[in-house]
Design a binder for this molecule. Structure first.
Ligand code: GBH
Length: 432
Protein backbone atom coordinates (compact mmCIF):
# COMPACT_ATOMS: atom_id res chain seq x y z
CA UNK A 1 0.00 0.00 0.00
CA UNK A 2 1.34 3.42 -0.94
CA UNK A 3 1.69 5.99 1.81
CA UNK A 4 2.05 8.76 -0.73
CA UNK A 5 -0.75 11.33 -0.88
CA UNK A 6 -1.90 12.37 -4.37
CA UNK A 7 -0.52 15.70 -5.66
CA UNK A 8 -3.95 17.34 -5.59
CA UNK A 9 -4.81 15.99 -2.11
CA UNK A 10 -5.94 18.92 0.07
CA UNK A 11 -4.11 19.03 3.38
CA UNK A 12 -4.32 21.57 6.18
CA UNK A 13 -6.35 22.52 9.24
CA UNK A 14 -9.90 23.38 10.25
CA UNK A 15 -11.22 26.08 12.60
CA UNK A 16 -14.57 27.68 13.45
CA UNK A 17 -15.30 31.37 13.98
CA UNK A 18 -16.54 31.23 17.57
CA UNK A 19 -13.56 29.15 18.66
CA UNK A 20 -10.82 31.39 17.25
CA UNK A 21 -12.05 34.85 16.18
CA UNK A 22 -12.91 36.58 19.44
CA UNK A 23 -15.20 39.54 20.11
CA UNK A 24 -18.46 37.87 19.11
CA UNK A 25 -22.02 38.59 20.09
CA UNK A 26 -24.11 35.50 19.31
CA UNK A 27 -26.20 32.87 21.12
CA UNK A 28 -23.07 31.18 22.50
CA UNK A 29 -21.44 34.32 23.91
CA UNK A 30 -24.81 35.18 25.46
CA UNK A 31 -24.96 31.78 27.15
CA UNK A 32 -21.38 32.14 28.40
CA UNK A 33 -22.41 35.46 29.97
CA UNK A 34 -25.76 34.40 31.41
CA UNK A 35 -24.93 30.82 32.43
CA UNK A 36 -21.22 30.87 33.30
CA UNK A 37 -21.52 27.54 35.14
CA UNK A 38 -22.15 25.90 31.75
CA UNK A 39 -18.46 26.25 30.81
CA UNK A 40 -16.45 23.64 32.68
CA UNK A 41 -13.27 25.66 33.26
CA UNK A 42 -15.20 28.87 34.03
CA UNK A 43 -13.84 30.68 30.96
CA UNK A 44 -15.64 32.72 28.30
CA UNK A 45 -14.71 32.67 24.62
CA UNK A 46 -13.84 36.38 24.94
CA UNK A 47 -11.05 37.33 22.55
CA UNK A 48 -10.52 33.63 21.73
CA UNK A 49 -7.31 33.56 19.63
CA UNK A 50 -7.89 37.09 18.30
CA UNK A 51 -7.86 35.47 14.88
CA UNK A 52 -10.28 38.08 13.47
CA UNK A 53 -7.44 40.59 13.71
CA UNK A 54 -4.52 38.19 13.22
CA UNK A 55 -5.80 36.09 10.30
CA UNK A 56 -3.10 37.23 7.87
CA UNK A 57 -0.22 36.22 10.13
CA UNK A 58 -2.04 33.00 11.08
CA UNK A 59 -2.65 31.98 7.46
CA UNK A 60 0.91 32.94 6.58
CA UNK A 61 2.19 30.64 9.31
CA UNK A 62 0.07 27.71 8.04
CA UNK A 63 1.18 28.27 4.44
CA UNK A 64 4.76 28.34 5.72
CA UNK A 65 4.08 24.86 7.08
CA UNK A 66 3.10 23.74 3.55
CA UNK A 67 -0.64 23.47 4.19
CA UNK A 68 -2.60 23.51 0.92
CA UNK A 69 -6.10 23.94 2.35
CA UNK A 70 -7.81 25.70 5.25
CA UNK A 71 -11.32 25.37 6.64
CA UNK A 72 -12.94 28.25 8.52
CA UNK A 73 -16.49 29.41 9.22
CA UNK A 74 -18.23 32.66 8.41
CA UNK A 75 -19.84 34.14 11.53
CA UNK A 76 -23.48 34.85 10.67
CA UNK A 77 -23.87 37.32 13.57
CA UNK A 78 -21.15 39.52 12.05
CA UNK A 79 -22.51 39.41 8.51
CA UNK A 80 -26.15 39.96 9.52
CA UNK A 81 -26.05 41.57 12.98
CA UNK A 82 -29.76 42.41 12.78
CA UNK A 83 -32.35 40.59 10.74
CA UNK A 84 -32.15 41.76 7.13
CA UNK A 85 -29.30 44.22 7.83
CA UNK A 86 -26.12 42.98 6.18
CA UNK A 87 -22.74 44.38 7.18
CA UNK A 88 -20.61 44.81 4.08
CA UNK A 89 -17.45 45.27 6.12
CA UNK A 90 -17.83 41.77 7.64
CA UNK A 91 -18.22 40.26 4.16
CA UNK A 92 -15.17 42.28 3.05
CA UNK A 93 -13.25 40.75 5.93
CA UNK A 94 -14.08 37.19 4.87
CA UNK A 95 -13.39 38.13 1.26
CA UNK A 96 -9.91 39.14 2.35
CA UNK A 97 -9.50 35.87 4.30
CA UNK A 98 -10.26 33.97 1.10
CA UNK A 99 -8.04 36.23 -1.01
CA UNK A 100 -5.19 35.76 1.48
CA UNK A 101 -5.63 31.98 1.27
CA UNK A 102 -5.50 32.11 -2.53
CA UNK A 103 -2.39 34.30 -2.58
CA UNK A 104 -0.70 31.76 -0.30
CA UNK A 105 -1.77 28.79 -2.45
CA UNK A 106 -4.20 27.57 0.22
CA UNK A 107 -7.61 26.21 -0.88
CA UNK A 108 -10.37 27.71 1.29
CA UNK A 109 -13.14 25.44 2.63
CA UNK A 110 -15.96 27.61 3.96
CA UNK A 111 -18.53 26.65 6.60
CA UNK A 112 -21.71 28.73 6.80
CA UNK A 113 -22.94 27.59 10.20
CA UNK A 114 -20.68 26.17 12.91
CA UNK A 115 -22.85 25.85 16.06
CA UNK A 116 -23.52 29.61 16.57
CA UNK A 117 -26.54 31.73 15.62
CA UNK A 118 -27.18 35.48 15.68
CA UNK A 119 -29.19 36.29 18.82
CA UNK A 120 -32.03 37.74 16.72
CA UNK A 121 -32.51 34.32 15.12
CA UNK A 122 -32.06 32.43 18.40
CA UNK A 123 -34.82 34.65 19.84
CA UNK A 124 -37.18 33.61 17.03
CA UNK A 125 -36.60 29.92 17.85
CA UNK A 126 -33.28 29.30 16.10
CA UNK A 127 -33.27 26.20 13.93
CA UNK A 128 -36.85 25.46 15.05
CA UNK A 129 -38.13 28.73 13.50
CA UNK A 130 -40.21 27.97 10.40
CA UNK A 131 -38.43 30.86 8.67
CA UNK A 132 -34.90 29.62 9.49
CA UNK A 133 -34.44 27.87 6.09
CA UNK A 134 -35.34 31.03 4.16
CA UNK A 135 -33.18 33.23 6.39
CA UNK A 136 -30.23 30.83 6.18
CA UNK A 137 -30.57 30.67 2.39
CA UNK A 138 -30.50 34.47 2.18
CA UNK A 139 -27.33 34.54 4.29
CA UNK A 140 -25.80 31.71 2.20
CA UNK A 141 -26.60 33.61 -1.00
CA UNK A 142 -24.94 36.78 0.35
CA UNK A 143 -21.82 34.77 1.28
CA UNK A 144 -21.71 33.10 -2.13
CA UNK A 145 -22.11 36.45 -3.93
CA UNK A 146 -19.22 37.86 -1.91
CA UNK A 147 -16.83 34.89 -1.98
CA UNK A 148 -18.01 32.42 -4.60
CA UNK A 149 -15.55 33.48 -7.29
CA UNK A 150 -12.75 32.19 -5.05
CA UNK A 151 -14.40 29.39 -3.06
CA UNK A 152 -15.07 25.94 -4.49
CA UNK A 153 -15.72 23.98 -1.28
CA UNK A 154 -18.72 24.84 0.90
CA UNK A 155 -20.09 23.32 4.10
CA UNK A 156 -23.63 24.37 4.99
CA UNK A 157 -24.06 23.19 8.61
CA UNK A 158 -21.42 21.70 10.90
CA UNK A 159 -22.53 18.49 12.63
CA UNK A 160 -26.31 18.96 12.76
CA UNK A 161 -26.79 15.79 14.82
CA UNK A 162 -24.24 16.95 17.43
CA UNK A 163 -25.93 20.35 17.72
CA UNK A 164 -29.34 18.68 18.01
CA UNK A 165 -28.09 16.39 20.80
CA UNK A 166 -26.22 18.98 22.88
CA UNK A 167 -28.55 21.94 22.30
CA UNK A 168 -31.94 20.26 22.28
CA UNK A 169 -31.70 16.85 24.01
CA UNK A 170 -28.99 17.19 26.70
CA UNK A 171 -29.49 20.94 27.21
CA UNK A 172 -25.75 21.63 27.53
CA UNK A 173 -25.43 24.11 24.65
CA UNK A 174 -27.70 26.93 23.47
CA UNK A 175 -30.67 26.91 23.50
CA UNK A 176 -30.35 24.66 26.61
CA UNK A 177 -33.39 22.54 25.77
CA UNK A 178 -33.94 19.03 27.08
CA UNK A 179 -36.64 17.45 25.02
CA UNK A 180 -36.73 14.54 22.62
CA UNK A 181 -39.40 16.34 20.58
CA UNK A 182 -37.23 19.45 20.26
CA UNK A 183 -34.27 17.25 19.33
CA UNK A 184 -36.19 15.64 16.47
CA UNK A 185 -37.59 19.01 15.32
CA UNK A 186 -34.07 20.47 15.36
CA UNK A 187 -32.86 17.71 13.05
CA UNK A 188 -35.80 18.34 10.71
CA UNK A 189 -35.25 22.11 10.84
CA UNK A 190 -31.57 21.76 10.01
CA UNK A 191 -32.36 19.38 7.12
CA UNK A 192 -34.61 22.12 5.68
CA UNK A 193 -31.91 24.73 6.32
CA UNK A 194 -29.28 22.59 4.58
CA UNK A 195 -31.56 22.07 1.57
CA UNK A 196 -32.26 25.81 1.32
CA UNK A 197 -28.59 26.76 1.61
CA UNK A 198 -27.50 24.03 -0.82
CA UNK A 199 -29.92 25.48 -3.37
CA UNK A 200 -28.88 29.09 -2.65
CA UNK A 201 -25.14 28.45 -3.03
CA UNK A 202 -25.69 26.60 -6.31
CA UNK A 203 -28.12 29.18 -7.68
CA UNK A 204 -25.74 32.09 -7.07
CA UNK A 205 -22.68 30.16 -8.25
CA UNK A 206 -24.40 29.00 -11.45
CA UNK A 207 -25.57 32.55 -12.26
CA UNK A 208 -21.90 33.61 -12.29
CA UNK A 209 -20.54 30.47 -13.92
CA UNK A 210 -18.65 29.48 -10.74
CA UNK A 211 -18.16 25.90 -9.56
CA UNK A 212 -19.38 25.00 -6.07
CA UNK A 213 -19.23 21.71 -4.19
CA UNK A 214 -21.57 21.65 -1.22
CA UNK A 215 -22.00 19.29 1.74
CA UNK A 216 -22.96 19.48 5.39
CA UNK A 217 -20.24 18.30 7.82
CA UNK A 218 -21.16 14.84 9.04
CA UNK A 219 -19.82 13.82 12.45
CA UNK A 220 -19.40 10.05 12.33
CA UNK A 221 -19.05 8.40 15.73
CA UNK A 222 -19.84 4.72 15.27
CA UNK A 223 -21.18 2.99 18.38
CA UNK A 224 -19.92 -0.52 19.07
CA UNK A 225 -21.13 -2.94 21.72
CA UNK A 226 -18.86 -3.13 24.77
CA UNK A 227 -19.50 -6.86 24.83
CA UNK A 228 -20.03 -8.03 21.23
CA UNK A 229 -21.50 -11.29 22.51
CA UNK A 230 -24.23 -9.52 24.50
CA UNK A 231 -27.46 -9.24 22.45
CA UNK A 232 -28.57 -6.31 24.64
CA UNK A 233 -25.31 -4.39 24.11
CA UNK A 234 -25.54 -5.06 20.38
CA UNK A 235 -29.18 -4.01 20.24
CA UNK A 236 -28.38 -0.79 22.13
CA UNK A 237 -26.17 0.41 19.25
CA UNK A 238 -28.76 0.06 16.49
CA UNK A 239 -31.13 3.01 17.03
CA UNK A 240 -28.48 5.58 18.03
CA UNK A 241 -26.26 4.56 15.11
CA UNK A 242 -29.18 4.97 12.70
CA UNK A 243 -30.23 8.31 14.17
CA UNK A 244 -26.92 10.05 14.95
CA UNK A 245 -24.70 8.55 12.28
CA UNK A 246 -27.06 8.07 9.33
CA UNK A 247 -30.34 9.97 9.57
CA UNK A 248 -29.10 13.28 8.13
CA UNK A 249 -27.05 11.66 5.36
CA UNK A 250 -29.99 9.52 4.29
CA UNK A 251 -32.36 12.51 4.40
CA UNK A 252 -29.97 14.42 2.11
CA UNK A 253 -29.91 11.54 -0.33
CA UNK A 254 -33.61 10.67 -0.34
CA UNK A 255 -34.90 14.23 -0.01
CA UNK A 256 -37.32 13.12 2.70
CA UNK A 257 -37.82 13.70 6.41
CA UNK A 258 -37.50 10.03 7.27
CA UNK A 259 -38.78 8.55 10.57
CA UNK A 260 -38.48 9.19 13.46
CA UNK A 261 -38.09 12.88 12.53
CA UNK A 262 -40.91 12.93 9.99
CA UNK A 263 -43.21 10.60 8.10
CA UNK A 264 -41.17 10.63 4.91
CA UNK A 265 -42.46 13.96 3.59
CA UNK A 266 -40.38 15.44 0.75
CA UNK A 267 -38.39 18.64 1.33
CA UNK A 268 -37.69 20.75 -1.77
CA UNK A 269 -33.99 20.80 -2.61
CA UNK A 270 -33.03 18.11 -0.09
CA UNK A 271 -32.77 15.14 -2.46
CA UNK A 272 -29.22 14.54 -3.71
CA UNK A 273 -28.04 17.62 -1.85
CA UNK A 274 -24.52 16.33 -1.25
CA UNK A 275 -21.87 16.97 -3.90
CA UNK A 276 -19.27 15.34 -1.66
CA UNK A 277 -19.15 14.15 1.93
CA UNK A 278 -17.46 16.43 4.49
CA UNK A 279 -16.53 14.05 7.30
CA UNK A 280 -15.62 14.95 10.87
CA UNK A 281 -14.16 11.89 12.56
CA UNK A 282 -12.71 11.55 16.05
CA UNK A 283 -13.44 8.09 17.41
CA UNK A 284 -15.75 5.15 17.80
CA UNK A 285 -17.64 4.76 21.04
CA UNK A 286 -18.21 1.62 23.13
CA UNK A 287 -21.66 1.35 24.63
CA UNK A 288 -23.53 -1.04 26.85
CA UNK A 289 -27.23 -1.43 27.38
CA UNK A 290 -28.44 0.54 30.40
CA UNK A 291 -32.01 1.09 31.65
CA UNK A 292 -30.83 4.32 33.25
CA UNK A 293 -30.06 6.00 29.89
CA UNK A 294 -33.40 6.50 28.13
CA UNK A 295 -32.16 9.80 26.62
CA UNK A 296 -29.22 7.99 25.11
CA UNK A 297 -31.70 5.42 23.76
CA UNK A 298 -30.47 2.97 26.43
CA UNK A 299 -26.90 3.09 25.19
CA UNK A 300 -24.44 4.07 27.91
CA UNK A 301 -20.98 5.18 26.76
CA UNK A 302 -18.08 3.52 28.53
CA UNK A 303 -14.34 4.03 27.99
CA UNK A 304 -12.90 1.40 25.64
CA UNK A 305 -11.06 -1.02 27.94
CA UNK A 306 -8.43 -2.00 25.38
CA UNK A 307 -7.50 1.32 23.73
CA UNK A 308 -5.44 4.40 24.62
CA UNK A 309 -7.55 7.47 25.49
CA UNK A 310 -7.13 11.17 24.67
CA UNK A 311 -7.31 13.83 27.39
CA UNK A 312 -11.04 14.04 26.51
CA UNK A 313 -11.32 10.32 27.35
CA UNK A 314 -11.99 9.46 23.69
CA UNK A 315 -10.50 6.23 22.36
CA UNK A 316 -7.61 6.37 19.91
CA UNK A 317 -7.95 3.75 17.18
CA UNK A 318 -6.80 4.85 13.70
CA UNK A 319 -8.31 1.79 12.03
CA UNK A 320 -11.71 3.06 13.16
CA UNK A 321 -11.26 5.89 10.62
CA UNK A 322 -10.57 3.38 7.84
CA UNK A 323 -13.65 1.38 8.80
CA UNK A 324 -15.82 4.51 8.88
CA UNK A 325 -14.53 5.66 5.47
CA UNK A 326 -15.16 2.26 3.91
CA UNK A 327 -18.70 2.00 5.33
CA UNK A 328 -19.59 5.52 4.18
CA UNK A 329 -18.15 4.87 0.72
CA UNK A 330 -20.10 1.63 0.42
CA UNK A 331 -23.40 3.24 1.34
CA UNK A 332 -23.09 6.69 -0.32
CA UNK A 333 -20.34 6.48 -2.99
CA UNK A 334 -19.45 10.13 -2.40
CA UNK A 335 -15.91 11.50 -2.53
CA UNK A 336 -14.90 12.39 1.01
CA UNK A 337 -13.17 15.47 2.36
CA UNK A 338 -12.06 14.83 5.93
CA UNK A 339 -13.15 18.15 7.38
CA UNK A 340 -12.00 17.44 10.97
CA UNK A 341 -9.85 14.85 12.70
CA UNK A 342 -7.73 15.49 15.74
CA UNK A 343 -7.01 14.77 19.37
CA UNK A 344 -7.32 16.58 22.70
CA UNK A 345 -3.82 16.38 24.10
CA UNK A 346 -2.48 18.66 26.85
CA UNK A 347 1.24 18.27 26.22
CA UNK A 348 1.44 17.22 22.56
CA UNK A 349 2.43 13.71 23.56
CA UNK A 350 -0.17 11.87 21.47
CA UNK A 351 -0.67 14.15 18.46
CA UNK A 352 2.28 13.24 16.20
CA UNK A 353 1.53 9.55 16.34
CA UNK A 354 -2.20 10.28 16.02
CA UNK A 355 -1.61 12.18 12.77
CA UNK A 356 0.73 9.61 11.25
CA UNK A 357 -1.55 6.71 12.10
CA UNK A 358 -4.76 8.42 10.97
CA UNK A 359 -3.21 9.50 7.66
CA UNK A 360 -2.04 5.89 7.33
CA UNK A 361 -5.65 4.81 7.77
CA UNK A 362 -6.67 7.30 5.06
CA UNK A 363 -4.07 5.75 2.71
CA UNK A 364 -5.43 2.27 3.50
CA UNK A 365 -8.99 3.38 2.74
CA UNK A 366 -7.86 4.97 -0.54
CA UNK A 367 -6.03 1.77 -1.46
CA UNK A 368 -9.30 -0.12 -1.02
CA UNK A 369 -11.08 2.28 -3.38
CA UNK A 370 -12.49 5.07 -1.19
CA UNK A 371 -12.12 8.46 -2.89
CA UNK A 372 -10.63 10.81 -0.30
CA UNK A 373 -9.99 14.36 -1.55
CA UNK A 374 -8.27 15.79 1.49
CA UNK A 375 -7.55 15.87 5.20
CA UNK A 376 -8.12 18.86 7.49
CA UNK A 377 -6.70 18.50 10.97
CA UNK A 378 -8.67 19.84 13.94
CA UNK A 379 -7.16 22.27 14.69
CA UNK A 380 -4.43 24.74 13.75
CA UNK A 381 -4.30 26.28 17.24
CA UNK A 382 -5.55 25.63 20.76
CA UNK A 383 -8.95 27.30 20.92
CA UNK A 384 -12.29 27.67 22.71
CA UNK A 385 -13.61 24.12 22.99
CA UNK A 386 -17.30 24.96 23.64
CA UNK A 387 -18.54 23.72 27.04
CA UNK A 388 -14.98 22.65 27.91
CA UNK A 389 -13.74 26.23 27.57
CA UNK A 390 -10.00 26.45 26.97
CA UNK A 391 -9.26 23.30 28.96
CA UNK A 392 -9.01 20.98 25.96
CA UNK A 393 -6.12 21.49 23.55
CA UNK A 394 -6.60 20.33 19.95
CA UNK A 395 -4.03 22.64 18.30
CA UNK A 396 -0.83 22.08 16.36
CA UNK A 397 0.08 25.54 17.63
CA UNK A 398 -0.11 26.67 21.27
CA UNK A 399 -1.60 30.10 22.02
CA UNK A 400 -0.48 32.08 25.07
CA UNK A 401 -3.80 33.40 26.36
CA UNK A 402 -2.23 36.53 27.88
CA UNK A 403 0.00 37.62 24.99
CA UNK A 404 -1.74 35.74 22.14
CA UNK A 405 1.69 34.55 21.09
CA UNK A 406 1.64 31.48 18.83
CA UNK A 407 4.14 28.67 19.41
CA UNK A 408 4.14 25.64 17.11
CA UNK A 409 4.27 22.31 18.94
CA UNK A 410 6.48 19.41 17.77
CA UNK A 411 3.44 17.86 16.02
CA UNK A 412 3.16 20.99 13.83
CA UNK A 413 6.65 20.31 12.43
CA UNK A 414 5.84 16.68 11.77
CA UNK A 415 2.58 17.62 10.02
CA UNK A 416 4.46 20.25 7.97
CA UNK A 417 6.91 17.59 6.85
CA UNK A 418 4.06 15.37 5.66
CA UNK A 419 2.40 18.32 3.88
CA UNK A 420 5.66 19.12 2.12
CA UNK A 421 6.77 15.61 1.14
CA UNK A 422 3.24 14.17 0.71
CA UNK A 423 4.66 11.00 2.23
CA UNK A 424 3.11 9.54 5.36
CA UNK A 425 5.87 7.88 7.39
CA UNK A 426 5.13 4.42 8.74
CA UNK A 427 6.07 5.56 12.25
CA UNK A 428 6.79 8.85 13.97
CA UNK A 429 10.37 9.77 13.14
CA UNK A 430 12.56 10.14 16.23
CA UNK A 431 14.09 13.62 16.46
CA UNK A 432 16.85 15.11 18.57
C1 GBH B 1 -16.36 18.91 16.68
O1 GBH B 1 -17.37 18.54 17.58
C2 GBH B 1 -16.62 20.35 16.36
O2 GBH B 1 -17.02 20.56 15.01
C3 GBH B 1 -15.52 21.28 16.72
O3 GBH B 1 -16.02 22.59 16.77
C4 GBH B 1 -14.88 20.82 18.01
O4 GBH B 1 -13.94 21.75 18.48
C5 GBH B 1 -14.23 19.48 17.75
O5 GBH B 1 -15.14 18.56 17.23
C6 GBH B 1 -13.56 18.87 18.97
O6 GBH B 1 -14.50 18.50 19.94
O7 GBH B 1 -19.55 14.40 26.11
O8 GBH B 1 -17.21 13.88 25.81
O9 GBH B 1 -18.59 14.19 23.89
C7 GBH B 1 -17.27 17.25 18.09
C8 GBH B 1 -18.44 16.90 18.97
C9 GBH B 1 -19.61 17.33 20.91
C10 GBH B 1 -17.33 16.77 21.07
C11 GBH B 1 -19.59 17.75 22.36
C12 GBH B 1 -17.34 17.22 22.52
C13 GBH B 1 -18.76 17.25 24.50
C14 GBH B 1 -17.94 16.33 25.37
N1 GBH B 1 -18.32 17.46 20.30
N2 GBH B 1 -18.64 16.96 23.07
S1 GBH B 1 -18.36 14.60 25.29
Amino acid sequence: MTRRLPDDFLIGCATAAHQVEGGLDNDWSRMEREHPQRIRDGSVSGMACDHYARYRADLDQLAGMHHTAHRFSIEWSRVEPRQGIFDGSALDHYRDVVRTCRLLGVEPVVTLHHFTLPTWLADRGGVLDADAPRLFARFAAACTEALGDQVGWWITINEPAVLAVFGYMYGEWPPLQRSTRAFLSALGGMARMHAAAYTAVHTVAAAHGWTARVSFAHHDRPLRPLNPRSPLDRAATVAPNALFNRWFLRACRSGRLLPPVGRGQAVPGLGRSLDYLALNFYCEERVRFSRRHPRGMFAESVPAPDLPLSSFGWSIDPDALRRALERLWKEFRLPVLIAENGVADENDELRSRFIVDHLGAVCAAMASGVEVRGYLHWSSMDNFEWAEGYSKRFGLIAVDRATMQRTPKPSAALFAEICQTRVVPSAVPVVG
